[in-house]
Design a protein around this ligand. Structure first.
Ligand code: ADP
Ligand code: MG
Length: 613
């Protein structure tokens, strides 16, 4: 029998591929807009006729293409954006498949005009159903204009499937808004049948939101910022009182790419829980910045889905970021200058510029590696090893005095409450309010630290580390207690003996459903080992019902909850300083593992403003 397999001609292959890339006019617009942004345009104009069925034209002032590149750009898998498979894992541009223009040209009549700054004449190419009809030099401004006419002119079946103009226009506006939001520094305009629908000057994200969605958004935006080593979150959420009944404006961008994720949406709505009704939707525009190595955007051709290698962390960070933004809004509305839309934003979405965020709580002194080292040892001395671990003032070395911004001058009650003058910047002092909060001075204002949540954060970080490295110091129980459990709890404990061991618990089976506690974590001030252990198991079970944490995370959380310093516990000044120092040595200092705030910062500016200065 003769061979029957043949390669498809390019035009047909392109048409098939086009089925994925160009589902409707809006998807073509998205591709063209993304190309314009990728080309570095600072001003992008969109012209729409007949809801995109007749014309979609995108004009940019970006870098343009050479004559050869212009022709190449219509070839499938022709791209200037990736070269090796390694690049696939470091994608920062929008496009990368090199199939958009080829696909569009396969199912429409396309006219491309483009010029690079260094050439006098540009290039015009007309292409129809993958057939090049014309290529010639042309006098055009620097940049690129792509006009896509009569979409699906050669695929009548698909043309018939297009929806009514209002529906298609809605999709077009959606795509336009997404790109416009992710590039506020680029000016955009959109014309429909010669009418200007949007005119968006270049500006900050807050201004972009207002120009897209209307003036009434002006006072409703709450900034939301969170930086962690894994992911940074930045953007705005709407105040709870402005949540809407209809699902409207909710936007997530990952490395500036719009994505849909009901999982992450849940992170935001759960942070709003209790503040809005169940049937309401909060407004948000949140940008996640994450190392491209941790994501896979290649899951779906239209690329609005995304896979994270550590979805849970991203969820937790978003939730806490939103909670914190809401907290700031509720607790201190009068202080929060950032509620003003004109609040300076010293960051940019341009992927070429490294996102620079002034972390509110970044205390250089605390974040230096030296500090981390020394504060750990200081901390260990304070809280580890024995049941009476309070060191004397002389144990606090001078070196640590320099590293901590809270040097211990306060040995007497009198000096504890002395408020140092502004000149005496480095000589801050700490004191406790209500036996619950630590007030500490920094060079730029005051910190109010919640001793319990702060300590939970510190312990949690440590326990997680121990669980990973499987080493935790233990203190022997003088009179090892036995704990009688029910069958279920016994099984639970048996299942995590090694994790318990990493935390410092030495637990042995001791007859039916009974365990013997030989040792407990060295750094916990234990009054009653049995109570500590039972409490831990109880807490573990509670969290297990509430949250889907993995075993280790749950254990770390549960033990940090049980072992933390509680409200009402008196702390001396060194303990306070060490606690604050330890907190800021954490990579996530501003909330406890459960997402509760650990501190509030009162800037001198805020304080001045109390007095109308
Ligand atoms: P991709 O964007 O995935 O690379 P496209 O088919 O969208 O693939 O575009 C192919 C190539 O054409 C791009 O890699 C880019 O080099 C060039 N190109 C497309 N649009 C523009 C534009 N507006 N300005 C400059 N170059 C462009
Ligand atoms: Mg592209």
């Amino acid at each position: 029998m003769s061979d029957i397999i043949q390669l498809l001609p390019d035009a047909i292959a392109n048409q098939i591929a086009a089925g994925e890339v160009v589902q409707r006019p809006a998807s073509a617009l998205k591709e063209l807009l993304e190309n314009a942004v990728d080309a570095g345009g600072t001003s992008i104009q969109v012209v729409i006729k007949d809801a995109g069925k007749q014309l979609i034209q995108v004009i940019d002032n970006g870098k343009g293409m050479s004559a050869t590149d212009a022709r190449m750009s219509f070839e499938r898998h022709a791209t200037s954006k990736i070269r090796t498979s390694q690049d696939l894992f470091a994608i920062r541009t929008f496009g990368f498949r090199g199939e958009a223009l080829a696909s569009i040209a396969a199912v429409a009549q396309v006219e491309l005009k483009t010029r690079q700054a260094e050439t006098e004449l540009g290039t015009l190419i007309q292409i129809e159903g993958s057939d090049v009809k014309k290529q010639e030099p042309v006098a055009v401004p620097v940049g690129t204009s792509v006009a896509m006419k009569n979409l699906f002119f050669n695929v009548p079946a698909r043309r018939n499937f297009l929806k009514s103009n209002p529906v298609e226009m809605r999709h077009i506006v959606d795509e336009f808004q997404r790109v416009a939001l992710s590039y506020p520094e680029v000016a955009f305009s959109l014309f429909q049948q010669d009418l200007e629908v949007f005119s968006l000057p270049s500006g900050k994200l807050s201004q972009r939101i207002v120009s897209l969605f209307g003036k009434n958004y002006q006072g409703q935006l709450v900034p939301c910022n969170e930086e962690t080593p894994h992911v940074n979150v930045k953007g705005y959420i709407g105040k709870p009182e402005n949540a809407k009944k209809t699902r409207g404006e909710q936007f997530f961008f990952v490395n500036n790419r719009y994505i849909k994720s009901s999982y992450l949406h849940h992170a935001v709505s759960s942070a709003f829980e209790g503040l809005i009704q169940n049937d309401q939707f909060p407004f948000y525009v949140l940008f996640l910045d994450i190392d491209p190595a941790h994501i896979d955007i290649n899951v779906h051709p239209t690329k609005t889905e995304i896979k994270f290698d550590d979805e849970r962390t991203v969820y937790a960070v978003i939730r806490s970021a939103v909670k914190q933004a809401l907290g700031a809004h509720h607790v201190m509305p009068a202080l929060d200058f950032s509620l003003d839309v004109n609040y300076q934003e010293n960051w940019t979405n341009n992927p070429d510029t490294k996102v620079q965020v002034d972390r509110e709580y970044s205390y250089k002194t605390f974040n230096t590696p030296e500090f981390k080292k020394s504060s750990v040892s200081g901390w260990e001395r304070l809280f580890e090893g024995n049941s009476n671990p309070m060191p004397t003032a002389s144990q606090h070395s001078d070196e640590e005095h320099e590293i901590l911004t809270f040097p211990s001058r306060a040995s007497s009650d009198e000096s504890r409450f002395m408020i140092p003058s502004q000149e005496a910047e480095a000589t801050g002092t700490t004191f406790q309010v209500e036996l619950s909060y630590i007030i500490a001075q920094t060079s730029t204002g005051l910190l109010i630290v919640d001793q319990q949540t702060a300590h939970e954060r510190i312990l949690y970080d440590r326990y997680l580390r121990q669980l990973k490295s499987a080493q935790g110091a233990s203190q022997q129980c003088l009179f090892p207690p036995t704990v009688q459990l029910n069958a279920g709890d016994f099984a639970l404990v048996m299942d995590m003996l090694s994790e318990l061991y990493s935390l410092g618990f030495i637990v042995e089976e001791f007859g039916k459903d009974t365990v013997l506690i030989q040792g407990v974590p060295a750094d916990v001030q234990v009054k009653n080992e049995k109570e500590l252990f039972e409490g831990l198991i109880e807490q573990f079970k509670n969290f297990k019902n509430e949250l889907s944490l993995d075993k280790r995370e749950n254990l770390a959380r549960s033990l940090s909850r049980r072992a933390s310093i509680k409200k009402g516990q008196k702390l001396n000044s060194q303990e306070m300083e060490t606690l604050v120092g330890q907190l800021f040595a954490s990579q996530n200092p501003n909330y406890s593992p459960a997402g509760n705030k650990t501190f509030v910062k009162l800037d001198l500016n805020n304080i001045h403003s109390f007095f109308g200065k």
